[in-house]
Design a protein around this ligand. Structure first.
Ligand code: G6P
Ligand code: BGC
Ligand code: BGC
Length: 962
């Protein structure tokens, strides 16, 4: 295509207006331009004599032909731009683009580089009927379109559209007036269409610089192009349109997406050999967008994929680059514009200004007697009277002198043949410069693309739109010729946009509608996980009730098991103790030396699943093997140290060293253990292993061990909390409240076994289908319901089930179910902690998920993150409601207004998840405002606690013996 263009120019030589050396020479004089003052006196309002006097024709003293041609030469010379100047502009614009991409704030970049939330060019699968409202692309008019996307490649349905002229007072009036006008036009258009009034999806093409924070959220930065409505800058224009449509009340229209006209132009590009990755608009204003590497857009913490960036080059104003090419006419035009000092680059290219530039030059030459015998007309002296259409026609070689004559006559002028020829030269000078400047800017964008794609030769298609491109006879050819000169290593094809981007806006709307539908489905799916205050308070109350019943020995999902631990350590404990810690992620054997402080030596041993789910004998023999191995390594063989056994499963304790296993949890299922005294099982295993002496003194639950371990440092620590593989809590209860244990004074530590809370169905209102799937797939269906909504063994599975559900709805992974995602336990709970960590950019989230072989889009990553957040938040809040119930119980037990209590906490989920602990604390503050609850993370695990319980037991036994 490019080659053919050169053919038409009939030479491989450069267009005459670009013969560098000649023009450079011409412009070596500093600034190169004939001194501005030479023109100022005759350009623009201050140069204008007022009223009649201005319109008078000079009787005598018209310039001699030689002077006038020098005058004309001087004038047109100003619009000549050298290759060096164009390259300077190209380089400077590229510099500003990269500065803005890096997010560098000072010096303020000359262009804005605004991300548009359009992350991919059309797939061609988009389908549906969409309403498109275009505001701002074509100046004083807005357009409404009805676009049908068939989703079938090459099958196009012609959009239906209607244009509405926007009254000047609306363009300069109150913002509400403008949006009400737009809403009225929408209704008027839709009234004429055979469409239902309900559920219409609208794409809003809003062609002004905006900060987008989403596909349907966009804040206007500043008006351009003859618009200056009040009360809109700094506002979300989608909301303003929604409000206006609401006020209009005729149609139920959902504004799904807002896009810049350049994006619509790019997205509307017919699918061809090359994807259109640049959208260029030159209409009343000018701008370009292109697909940038997301990793290079600092404001987006993304590293993969591309994002469409609206460059907003209209505001490009680097004095070093633009200064030399700005003419006095440009300064006058800017000075008299609605936004002086702004959009300087646009004012040299945009269709709203080309006519005005031509008018200023014609007025100047007329005043100098060079044109129209020095007789200006009122129209020639009135701003905005020469339109783009005039310039385009007058330049159109096919229009011919007669047409130019007619146009000038319409402007009240009496042109002579020489005038017609000179007017055409003026039009050509102004528009040629515009096309060259536009090309220099486009070449900067192409260089940027080439650079970010690391390609030697960039092959790219540029979609072009806007009436300057469509109607000006030479604009595009000069543009393409100059781009080839400035970016020779880029092979560019230019694709005129078929309908000004309406289809492109519909494409983006289709994508946005799909994403919005996905978001709705995601919200519907996650809504049951978003617990409100009342629901959490209800859980707290239900737990209190279950606690009371359990303490009274009545049927309750909370067994409230007495632990025979009556006191927290008082610091007088001494001695060496062995401790076992079974039931968490790791099985540990510890040597705990208690002097004035506590020293711990421990070793982690694994419990293979085959052992955890084998026979009880096998399990306890394995435990004793580990103890013996540890003793040998620690040189303790043959010593019979008192041993404390942290056994993190529900046990009905009959004494400190007697615990009947009620049922296994957390994936353990060793046979012949439930209903047995696990201390006996351990002792039998010790016996089976001759020559081993062990004195099992105490069996404690890991919650108790954790409370004791933290209680050693902080005597106010009267609650133990585990949120790890499983979850549970214990606390110091008034003995008088514990049925079945004699004594009315003093305290008893109660192991609540809150993991089983809700096994009586009391949590069914909160339980979701995903919880049910996890429960059914577990080895203990119907059991440990509270645990299965909170703890580490299950959260990953809940997330996996939600992801499967969302994939089946087509919301995630383009609906592709992957084998990996159907694999049980493939989504580890630790992934939640990693994915939700604030320090992890989305890119790292993507990496985790890609390791799972999931085909991700950036939207998928965000959605997976939200699923993880919803699941972990619910878990933390439920846990917080439990702790609030316990703290309130203690406060009421003691009849206190305010209670200060500490909670000893352990467990991988609580410790490693970035937000879990703070969410628990926040929920406790909300539900137990009269309790000042301090959470102490246990450093040494509950093994130390078990040793301390053993030490207390030994001390008490000692004191009773003496
Ligand atoms: C620590 C304690 C164990 C407890 C575990 C729970 O390791 O020492 O007694 O069972 O935490 O957390 P986890 O995440 O390992 O299940
Ligand atoms: C606006 C751009 C728009 C361009 C073309 C400029 O004035 O700032 O957002 O894309 O005109 O319509
Ligand atoms: C057990 C509890 C234990 C908790 C934390 C639960 O599954 O039933 O006894 O405290 O996990 O490890």
């Amino acid at each position: 295509m490019f080659v053919s263009l050169l053919g038409t120019l009939g030479c491989l030589t450069l267009p005459d207006e670009l013969r560098p050396e000649e023009s450079d020479q011409l412009l070596c004089v500093p600034g190169g331009q004939p001194p501005l003052w030479k023109f100022m006196d005759s350009i623009g309002s201050e140069g204008l004599q007022q009223g009649e006097e201005a319109l008078s024709c000079p009787e005598e003293g018209l310039p001699r032909p030689s002077d006038s041609s020098e005058l004309v030469q001087d004038c047109l010379q100003q619009f000549k731009v050298t290759v060096a100047q164009l390259q300077q502009i190209q380089a400077s614009l590229l510099g500003s683009m990269e500065q803005a991409l890096r997010g560098q704030a000072s010096p303020v970049p000359a262009v804005r580089m605004l991300p548009t939330y359009v992350g991919s060019t059309p797939h061609g699968t988009e389908q549906g009927d969409f309403v498109v409202l275009e505001l701002g692309a074509t100046g004083a008019s807005l357009r409404v379109l009805w676009v049908t996307l068939t989703g079938i490649e090459g099958h196009r349905v012609e959009p239906r559209s209607q244009e509405f002229v926007i009254p000047q007072d609306v363009m300069l009036g109150a913002g509400q007036q403008l949006f009400d006008f737009a809403a009225r036009c929408l209704s008027e258009f839709l009234d004429a269409q055979p469409v239902s009034k309900q559920g219409l999806q609208l794409g809003f093409s809003f062609s002004f610089p905006c900060h987008q924070t989403g596909l349907d959220r966009s804040t206007l930065i500043s008006w351009t192009k003859g618009f200056r409505c009040s009360g809109v800058e700094g506002q979300d224009v989608v909301q303003l349109l929604r409000d206006a449509i609401q006020r209009q009340g005729a149609y139920n229209i959902n504004v799904v997406a807002v896009v810049n006209d350049t994006v619509g132009t790019m997205m509307g590009c017919e699918l061809g050999a090359r994807p259109c990755e640049v959208g260029l608009v030159v209409d009343t204003g000018t701008n370009v967008c292109y697909m940038e590497e997301a990793r290079d857009v600092a404001v987006l913490d993304e590293d993969r994929g591309r994002v469409c960036v609206s460059v907003e080059w209209g505001s490009f104003s680097d004095d070093r680059a633009l200064g030399p090419v700005l003419t006095a006419f440009d300064h006058t035009l800017d000075h008299e514009s609605l936004n002086p000092g702004a959009q300087r680059f646009e004012k040299m290219i945009g269709g709203l200004y080309l006519g005005e530039l031509v008018r200023l030059v014609l007025a100047h030459l007329t005043r100098r007697g060079v044109l129209f015998r020095g007789c200006p007309s009122p129209a020639l002296l009135s701003q905005g009277s020469v339109l783009l259409e005039h310039v385009a026609e007058m330049e159109d070689p096919s229009a011919g002198a007669a047409r130019v004559h007619a146009i000038l006559q319409d402007l009240g002028l009496s042109p002579e043949a020489s005038d017609v020829e000179l007017v055409q030269r003026v039009c050509a000078a102004v528009c040629t410069r515009a096309a060259q400047l536009c090309a220099a800017a486009l070449a900067a964008v192409l260089s940027r693309l080439q650079h970010s794609r690391e390609q030697q030769t960039l092959q790219v298609a540029v979609a072009t739109g806007g009436r300057v491109c469509e109607r000006h006879p030479r604009f595009c050819s000069i543009l393409q010729g100059t781009v080839m000169l400035l970016a020779p290593e880029c092979d560019v094809s230019f694709i005129p946009s078929a309908d000004g981007g309406g289809r492109g806006v519909a494409m983006v709307t289709a994508v946005a509608a799909r994403l919005a539908a996905h978001r709705r489905l995601l919200e519907e799916t996650l809504a049951p996980f978003r617990l409100n205050h009342d629901q959490l308070a209800a859980v707290q109350a239900q737990m209190r009730e279950a606690m009371a019943k359990g303490l009274r020995g009545e049927a309750s999902s909370l067994r409230m098991l007495p632990t025979y631990v009556r006191a927290t350590p008082d610091g007088s404990e001494r001695g060496d103790f062995l401790a076992l810690d079974l039931g968490g992620t790791n099985f540990r054997v510890l040597l705990v030396r208690v002097t004035t402080c506590v020293q711990i030596t421990s070793q982690i041993y694994s419990i293979p699943e085959s052992v955890a789910q084998g026979s009880g004998q096998q399990l306890f023999d394995h435990i004793v093997d580990c103890i013996v191995d540890f003793q040998q390594k620690q040189g303790l063989s043959g010593q019979s140290l008192p041993l404390g056994f942290t056994f993190s499963f529900p046990c009905k304790q009959l004494g400190l060293d007697q615990g009947i296993l009620l049922n296994w949890t957390k994936g353990f299922n060793a046979s012949d253990c439930e209903g047995q005294d696990v201390v006996s099982l351990l002792r039998e295993a010790i016996t089976r292993r001759q020559a081993v002496e062990l004195n099992v003194v105490a069996i404690v639950n890991d919650t108790v061990g954790t409370m004791m371990s933290c209680g050693y440092e902080d005597p106010r620590c009267e609650i133990g909390l585990i949120v790890g593989t499983g979850t549970n809590a214990c606390y110091m209860e008034e003995l008088r409240n514990v049925a079945g244990v004699p004594g009315d004074s003093g305290h008893m530590c109660i192991n609540m076994e809150w993991g089983a809370f809700g096994d009586d169905g009391s949590l069914d209102t909160l339980s979701t289908c995903f919880d049910a799937s996890v429960d059914q797939a577990s080895i203990n269906p119907g059991k440990q319901r509270f645990e299965k909504m909170i703890s580490g063994m299950y959260l990953g599975e809940i997330v996996r089930h939600i992801l499967l559900h969302l994939t089946s709805l087509g919301v995630l992974f383009r609906g592709q179910q992957t084998q990996r995602l159907q694999t049980r336990d493939i989504f580890k709970t630790k992934f939640l902690s990693e994915i939700e960590s604030d320090s992890l950019a989305l890119r790292q989230v993507r990496a985790i998920l890609e390791d799972l072989g999931l085909p991700l889009t950036s939207d998928d990553t965000l959605m997976v993150l939200e699923v993880c957040q919803a699941v972990s938040q619910r878990a933390a809040q439920l846990c917080g409601a439990g702790v609030a119930a316990v703290a309130e119980k203690i406060r009421e037990n003691r009849g206190l207004e305010e209670l200060a209590v500490s909670v000893g906490v352990d467990g991988t989920l609580y410790k490693l998840h970035p937000h879990f602990s703070s969410l628990v604390a926040a929920t406790v503050r909300e539900l137990a405002p009269h309790c000042a609850v301090t959470f102490l993370q246990s450093e040494d695990g509950s093994g130390k606690g078990a040793a301390l319980v053993t030490a207390v037991a030994c001390r008490l036994a000692q004191s009773t013996r003496v």
